[in-house]
Design a protein around this ligand. Structure first.
Ligand code: UD1
Length: 325
């Protein structure tokens, strides 16, 4: 029997973070470095940014490689206790425009990671899964026992990764844990790509006094989750006993839904923005609503959102304002 993760991972451990230079990956890296753990990171810098790691660059071991390179991934997994697999090509619209590119990064990349982990004897893998897997089916809040109904290629890819994670838990005994992220937002989220998350984009545009776009009538809703809450979910899931988490899927969210119109109003208030939204058509493959039941993560590893939506928005605006100053 391997030592339980709880026993082993409470000591100084070596973690591999894939997508370490990205938004979520870099926050996880900062949190692990702050508590004195050894952090190795893998990134191909296709969407990640070195600036996200600037203040911890000396303290991490950074490998520039692509998840689609099996040998590089296998080398990166050597000597690692647990992996936080955040590397992916996100965005529903990107996956519609370039399904092959996102398929390679998200499915082939995840498969390579699991093979690397298995060969290196890694104990645990946390996987950044996506709430978009639930699709547009009726029934809120979303519970992990619902049958997924992914629509666009991106949620299909993320869900495929979950199935692979579960297979590796059952077949090879790897302690895989799927965390279904619900619209994570916060400081360092890239604001300047057409595929950026809506909050990061709007904050930048509002602070710059530029026009900002609202797609559809704005009544679609999301369970927006502040980054610090997602980080705490990961740290708790890393330390949880295997029998509570291995091979399982958990929602990671705030447990509250906000419409885009409500979000617009809050951000306009925080930034002093007075222009009306530029209204355009709804996106293909967009989901109407999103709201999570977060009871399973609470029960299994004590997860509870600590930072509210309003406080998260305020911190995000403050960060973006300081960057502009
Ligand atoms: C997001 C994530 C995705 C994750 C999913 C579930 C990003 C880029 N995507 O997808 O990786 O799997 O949550 O957690 O973070 N919108 C506007 N104006 C804009 C931009 C967007 O009105 O300028 C609208 C979109 O049409 C959509 C909503 O805002 O209705 C949210 O879009 P977005 O932030 O891209 O996130 P999701 O598609 O929900």
């Amino acid at each position: 029997m391997p030592k339980s993760a709880a026993a082993r991972l409470t000591f100084v451990a070596t973690y591999l973070i894939t997508g370490i230079a990205g938004f979520v990956g870099s926050h996880l890296a900062h949190a692990l470095v702050a508590r004195g753990d050894h952090v190795r990171g893998l990134d191909n810098f296709s969407t990640g940014r070195r600036a996200n790691l600037a203040s911890i660059a000396e303290k991490i071991d950074l490998i520039t490689a692509d998840l689609t390179d099996p040998e590089a991934v296998e080398r990166a997994c050597k000597g690692v206790d647990a992996i936080l697999h955040q590397g992916a090509l996100p965005s529903v619209p990107r996956s519609i425009k370039d399904p092959r590119g996102s398929h390679r990064a998200n499915i082939d990349g995840t498969f390579n990671l699991l093979e690397g982990a298995r060969h290196a004897g890694v104990q645990r893998v946390l996987y950044a899964a996506s709430s978009s897997a639930y699709g547009n089916q009726p029934g809120f809040p979303r519970v992990e026992t619902m049958l997924p109904q992914p629509i666009a290629p991106y949620p299909v890819q993320k869900l495929t990764g979950e199935l692979y994670m579960q297979s590796y838990a059952r077949v090879y005994g790897l302690e895989t844990v799927c965390l279904r992220y619900f619209n994570i937002f916060g400081p360092r989220q890239a604001p300047d790509s057409p595929y950026s998350g809506v909050i990061a984009k709007w904050v930048r545009q509002m602070l710059a006094g530029e026009d900002a776009t609202l797609e559809g009538d704005g009544e679609q809703g999301r369970d927006f989750t502040y980054i610090a809450n997602a980080v705490s979910a990961n740290l708790l899931a890393l330390a949880a006993p295997a029998d509570k988490v291995a091979g399982r899927v958990f929602n990671v969210a705030s447990g509250q839904r906000s419409s885009l119109n409500e979000t617009w109003a809050l951000l306009a208030g925080l930034t002093g923005y007075t222009r009306p939204p530029q209204r355009v058509e709804r996106r293909a493959g967009d989901i109407d609503n999103s709201l999570a039941d977060i009871g399973a993560a609470g029960e299994a590893f004590g997860y509870q959102p600590r930072v509210s939506f309003a406080e998260g928005l305020a911190r995000t605006v403050e960060y973006a304002r300081a960057l502009q100053a």
